[in-house]
Design a protein around this ligand. Structure first.
Ligand SMILES: *Cc1c(COP(=O)(O)O)cnc(C)c1O
Length: 453
C-alpha cells in the first residue's frame, strides 16, 4: 500500500535526511516490526503495554520512520515530550558535546554547571517573581513524590488533596494520587495513605461555572479532611491523561486562593502541560496562577531523562540537606539537553508556534465535529488539543470509535494518542515545529477514517 504524499521538506539530520512527509510503503505493522514484536513478546514484561507494535528506527521534527521505512506524522510526540521536534539539531549537538565532557558525577557529591543553569532557567520561566528554588530528578512521578515530600516537611501536615480525573504517575505514592484504577493501579496496592480525591471541574460534563465547581471541591475537602490537615493540593492546570480537561474559568484560581488562606501548598502538576506546550512557558499562566510549586518533566529535555520541582524558596529549603536527591537526578547530559530546549523555545519562537498550532488545528477539528456527531467536544489550549467522543443523544463515552479511529489512522500514517478516564478522547500533542500542511493532512486522514468507522 502506498499512501498519498505531501510536498516534501527535507531536513538534514546527521548522515540521513527525513522528508517531512507521510509515506506508507508496507502493511502497518510491516514485516520487520512484526519480527521485532515477536522477539519483544519473548523477553519484555507483558505489563509493559503496546499501543502500536510499530518499531521506530529514526525520527526528525514531526515525522517518525519505522524499521520498514514507513513514515508517520507524529501527533503524540512521545506524549508531549518532543516539543522542540524529534532529533532537534541543537539538542543533539548539546547532548553529544556534554556526553563526551562529563556524563555523570552525581550532583550532590561533585556538582557541575548545567544543573545550576537548568535551575536558573526554571526559576526564570515559571510564574511569579518571588524567590524560587529547584530540585532536579528523573521522571514526572519522581517530581510529584518530591513535591509531596517537601510540602509535608514544610507544613508539618500529612494530607494530600488531588482532583478526580487526575494522573500523577506509577510509583506507589503517585498511584494513590491517580484517579483511574485500570490500568495504572489495579492490583498494585496497598497504596500510600492520606491522599484525598475531590471532584474537579469538567465543564463539558458538569456544566458548572468555575466558582460553583471550586465551591464543590473546597467544601468536599473541608468536610472530608479539614483544611488544617492538608499539606498540599496537587492539580494539573489542564488534566492530561484525564482527557485534556480545561477547567471552567476561575476554578483553579479559587482553589489556589483557598490553599493560600489555609496554609496549604498549591502544587501545579505541569508535567504534561509545561515547557511551551500550551503557548505559555507553563499553562498556569493561562489561568492567572502563581503556584507555590510546579512539577515539570515531559517536554523539558527533548526526550532526555529529566524532571524537576520548582517552588517558593522558603518551601523548597524546608527539606534538610541530604533529604532530596538520587543517583541520576539532574544528570549533566539531560541538563545540557534541557538548556538547548529552553534556547530553542526562544530562538524558534515556539510559544507562538504552539498558538499557531491551536489556530490551525481547532477550526479543522470543529469542521470535523460538524461532520461527525460522535465528536462531542473540541477543547484545549495551544498544542494541547483534544476531541472527546460521546453518544450524541446520551452523552455516554464512546471509547469504541476512538480506538477504531486511532488504529485506522496509524494504518494511514498518522499517529494519535488516546486519553480520558473512559478512553473516549483523542489528544493531540504534536511537536511544536510541525507544519500546518502536515496538520491539515493528518486531520484529513482522521476525516477519512471517521467516515469509515
Ligand atoms: C506523565 C505524567 C506524570 C508522570 O510522569 P512520568 O515521567 O511518566 O513519571 C505525572 N503527571 C502528569 C500530569 C503527567 O502527564
Amino acid at each position: 500500500m502506498t499512501d498519498t504524499l505531501s510536498a516534501s521538506v527535507p531536513s538534514a539530520v546527521g548522515d540521513h535526511e527525513i522528508a517531512q512527509e507521510r509515506r506508507i510503503v508496507t502493511a502497518v505493522p510491516g514485516p520487520k516490526s512484526e519480527a521485532l514484536h515477536a522477539r519483544r513478546l519473548e523477553v519484555v514484561s507483558g505489563g509493559v503495554g503496546t499501543t502500536l507494535p510499530i518499531y521506530i528506527d529514526r525520527a526528525h521534527d514531526a515525522i517518525v520512520v519505522d524499521v520498514d521505512g514507513n513514515q508517520f506524522i507524529d501527533l503524540g510526540g512521545g506524549i508531549g515530550v518532543m516539543g522542540v521536534g524529534h532529533t532537534n539539531d541543537a539538542v543533539v549537538a548539546a547532548v553529544q558535546e556534554q556526553v563526551a565532557k562529563v556524563t555523570h558525577t552525581l550532583f550532590t557529591v561533585t556538582p557541575y554547571e548545567p544543573y545550576v543553569r537548568v535551575a536558573e532557567l526554571l526559576v526564570k520561566h515559571t510564574p511569579g517573581d518571588h524567590a524560587k528554588k529547584v530540585v532536579l530528578v528523573n521522571s514526572g512521578a519522581e517530581a510529584l513524590e518530591n513535591a509531596v515530600k517537601i510540602a509535608r516537611k514544610h507544613t508539618g501536615r500529612n494530607g494530600v488533596a488531588v482532583l478526580d480525573h487526575g494522573y500523577h504517575g506509577r510509583t506507589n505514592l503517585t498511584m494513590a494520587m491517580n484517579f483511574k484504577a485500570m490500568p495504572y493501579n489495579l492490583g498494585f496496592g496497598p497504596f500510600a495513605g492520606d491522599v484525598y480525591h475531590a471532584p474537579n471541574s469538567y465543564p463539558f460534563h458538569d456544566g458548572l461555572t468555575g466558582a460553583e465547581a471550586a465551591k464543590r471541591t473546597i467544601s468536599y475537602l473541608e468536610k472530608r479532611v479539614g483544611a488544617q490537615d492538608l499539606a498540599c493540593l496537587v492539580a494539573e492546570p489542564i488534566q492530561g491523561e484525564g482527557g485534556f480537561i480545561v477547567p471552567a474559568e476561575g476554578y483553579l484560581l479559587a482553589l489556589q486562593e483557598w490553599c493560600t488562606a489555609n496554609g496549604i501548598v498549591f502544587v501545579a502538576d505541569e508535567v504534561q502541560s509545561g515547557v511551551a506546550r500550551t503557548g505559555a512557558w507553563y499553562a498556569s499562566e493561562h489561568f492567572g496562577l502563581v503556584p507555590d510549586m510546579i512539577t515539570t518533566a515531559k517536554g523539558i529535555a527533548g526526550g532526555m531523562v529529566l524532571a524537576g520541582v520548582v517552588g517558593r524558596a522558603e518551601i523548597m529549603d524546608s527539606a534538610h540537606a541530604g533529604g532530596l536527591g538520587g543517583t541520576y537526578g539532574g544528570n549533566p547530559v539531560a541538563c545540557a539537553a534541557a538548556i538547548a530546549v529552553f534556547e530553542q523555545i526562544e530562538q524558534r519562537g515556539l510559544l507562538h508556534e504552539a498558538a499557531r498550532i491551536e489556530g490551525t488545528l481547532v477550526p479543522l477539528l470543529r469542521e470535523l465535529q460538524a461532520k461527525h456527531p460522535a465528536i462531542g467536544d473540541v477543547r484545549g489550549i495551544g498544542a494541547m488539543i483534544a476531541i472527546e467522543f460521546v453518544d450524541p443523544e446520551t452523552h455516554e463515552p464512546d471509547a469504541a470509535t476512538v480506538s477504531r479511529v486511532a488504529a485506522a489512522a496509524a494504518q494511514h500514517g498518522v499517529l494519535v494518542l488516546t486519553a480520558g478516564t473512559y478512553g473516549n478522547v483523542i489528544r493531540f500533542l504534536p511537536p511544536l515545529v510541525i507544519t500546518d500542511e502536515l496538520l491539515r493532512e493528518a486531520v484529513a486522514v482522521l476525516d477519512t477514517v471517521l467516515s469509515e468507522a
